[in-house]
Write a protein that binds this ligand. Structure first.
Ligand code: ADP
Length: 158
């Protein structure tokens, strides 16, 4: 079974890595899809986000990283994936995620969405929180992999 795990990953956190490690155990192949959205103004470029995910997932053999623009469902189809992986942190994630999953399923009934609930220690964690606290020099070593911590330090110097 081939799955995609789409997101902005700006930048990748231990919350994402946790979902990736768990999802990679239940599918044969997991493609991480880095969404390139021209309307968003990300901290990290497309290539930086890809490189940070690659570095942080190199211990997982069945994971690859790609970028995509536009609809997630099209990205799934183009890659021959019949499963979309998403993470759920809190009840607040639920409503939009359910709507997206139902829309995708009605567009393409062959593609389903599978949710992983966050591990408790990462329930509060988001890329936005990480960017916010790292800006003030707070140690983010428990929130992101070492390569991301280093990259954040560099960005905040600029
Ligand atoms: P998006 O902009 O699509 O929400 P993100 O990079 O923020 O992209 O998240 C990608 C996916 O990872 C989403 O399904 C999101 O709910 C999930 N996710 C993000 N942070 C965590 C976390 N701490 N624990 C579990 N899932 C998470």
């Amino acid at each position: 079974m081939k799955a995609i795990y789409p997101g902005s990953f700006d930048p990748v956190t231990y919350g994402h890595i946790d979902i990736i490690e768990r999802a990679a155990k239940v599918v044969d192949e997991l493609i991480i899809g880095v969404l390139v959205n021209s309307a968003k103004n990300p901290m990290f470029t497309r290539d930086e986000r890809v490189a940070l995910i690659e570095e942080s997932t190199k211990h997982i053999p069945n994971v690859t990283v790609k970028t995509f623009e536009g609809l997630t469902i099209e990205f799934a189809k183009q890659n021959g994936a019949n499963l979309i992986i998403r993470g759920l942190r809190a009840v607040t994630d639920f409503e939009t995620e359910m709507q997206i999953a139902q829309t995708n399923h009605s567009i393409e009934p062959e593609v389903d969405t599978m949710f992983f609930t966050t591990s408790l220690e990462y329930a509060f964690l988001s890329s936005t929180i990480v960017k916010e606290v790292s800006r003030y020099g707070t140690d983010v070593g428990k929130m992101v992999p070492p390569a991301v911590e280093k990259a954040l330090k560099e960005k905040n110097k600029q």
